[in-house]
Design a protein around this ligand. Structure first.
Ligand SMILES: Cc1ncc(COP(=O)(O)O)c(C=O)c1O
Length: 375
């Protein structure tokens, strides 16, 4: 046992920022002295950099991941009377965003192996009102976007990605999350693999017409300084956050590689331990381990024990969206969601972030093994 104050947090922003702070402070000083606070040049620069990094042509910076999804769908013409098929096993904000357009989020159970949307699930949920599939890449694993894109092509549907947890995840041919459909939506919430120091979001697309609409939709619907075309929110990516994100972007590939290294250590140590089910990983760079999510029937007991031992293991998510107070009125679960409900009872996120040290990861493995040995 390590000493009393030994801790394994799920996130440590102090540690994360210590090594990159000089570059960020220098850039912040420059921004204060030279740039506009609203939609300054750093926003456009970061949009270009991030689009290129994702393998898309264009991007539009917005105020959050939720707004990215909402505006992408709206910009593509989704609205009242439409259905958007998505996974029941997601962060509730995915569904808030769909609902804000006036469309109905139709929820399907995920594939129990991957915890992601499956093409079979998508096919079963289609109705004449379906206009789009919103593919959530849960925990950082790319969903089967190539198959889903094929379904969308065949059926004349739009494909939008909720890549809030999947910055940099690669699919067949090396194409990254966000660049598979009409639009890819990202969150820069501080906890994400690429996080701002506050809220932020981005829509990437290769469609110039969509980008033009999105530039208006994020800015109160204005078509120019004095004329307004749409009723729309004020949700722009901040100049300062864009500047910070530009400094951080070149580090993301190495940080994702460190997350994968931690994941393979967990896998080596925890395979076959107790009734643990380890996360599916098809290999390569398909998974960026925003979260390392195991499953066990003793989830709450294990979590409480780890907490006592200084380890912060989270639950993403204990209440599925369709059982939230908020969810009841807005979502349409297709035929019950037993897999989603089972996951809510069994998932546990072991700490994974690029700033974790080896000894912290080893300690987590040792304590998890001890728990299942009854020690
Ligand atoms: C899967 C998913 N979708 C949407 C969001 C919403 O992003 P934000 O918190 O930036 O609004 C998040 C994260 O917070 C998320 O994890």
């Amino acid at each position: 046992m390590k000493g009393r104050n030994y801790k394994v947090p799920s996130k440590d922003y102090g540690v994360q920022y210590r090594s990159i702070l000089p570059g960020i402070l220098k850039e912040i000083e420059r921004v204060f002295l030279e740039e506009d606070p609203i939609l300054g040049k750093p926003v456009e620069r970061f949009e270009e950099e991030f689009a290129r990094w994702c393998g898309a042509d264009l991007a539009v910076g917005v105020g959050s991941g939720t707004d990215a999804i909402y505006l992408a769908l709206r910009g593509l013409g989704i609205g009242p009377g439409d259905e958007v098929v998505t996974s029941g096993h997601t962060f509730f904000a995915t569904l808030t965003a769909v609902h804000m357009t006036g469309a109905v989020p139709v929820l399907v159970d995920p594939d129990p192996k991957t915890m992601n949307l499956s093409s079979r699930g998508v096919l079963e949920a289609l109705t004449p009102r379906t206009r789009a599939v919103l593919a959530v890449h849960i925990y950082g694993l790319l969903s089967p976007v190539e198959e889903i894109r094929e379904i969308c092509r065949e059926k004349g549907l739009l494909l939008v990605e909720d890549a809030a947890q999947a910055h940099g995840a690669r699919g067949p041919g090396g194409r990254r999350a966000g660049a598979w459909g009409e639009a890819g939506c990202f969150s820069f919430h501080p906890s994400k693999n690429l996080g701002a120091f506050g809220d932020g979001g981005m829509i990437v697309t290769s469609d110039p017409a969509l980008r033009r609409v999105l530039l208006e939709l994020r800015n109160l619907g204005k078509k120019n300084k004095y004329e307004v075309r749409h009723v729309a929110p004020n949700t722009k990516l901040d100049t300062l956050q864009a500047a910070i994100l530009s400094v951080k972007l070149p580090g993301v590939d190495a940080w994702n590689a460190r997350r994968r290294e931690i994941a393979s250590y967990y896998r080596k140590e925890l395979e076959g331990v107790g009734d643990l089910v380890l996360p599916f990983d098809p290999g390569g760079e398909a998974h960026v381990y925003h979260l390392f999510v195991v499953r066990t029937s003793r989830r709450d007991e294990l979590r409480a024990r780890l907490k006592k031992e200084g380890i912060n293991a989270g639950v993403h998510y204990p209440v599925p969206p369709h059982l939230q107070e908020m969810g009841a009125g807005i979502v349409l679960p297709r035929g019950g969601l037993p897999v989603t409900e089972e996951l809510a009872r069994t998932v546990l996120s072991l700490p994974v972030s690029h700033e974790l040290r080896d000894d912290q990861v080893e300690y987590v493995c040792a304590r998890v093994k001890a728990f299942f040995r009854g020690g």
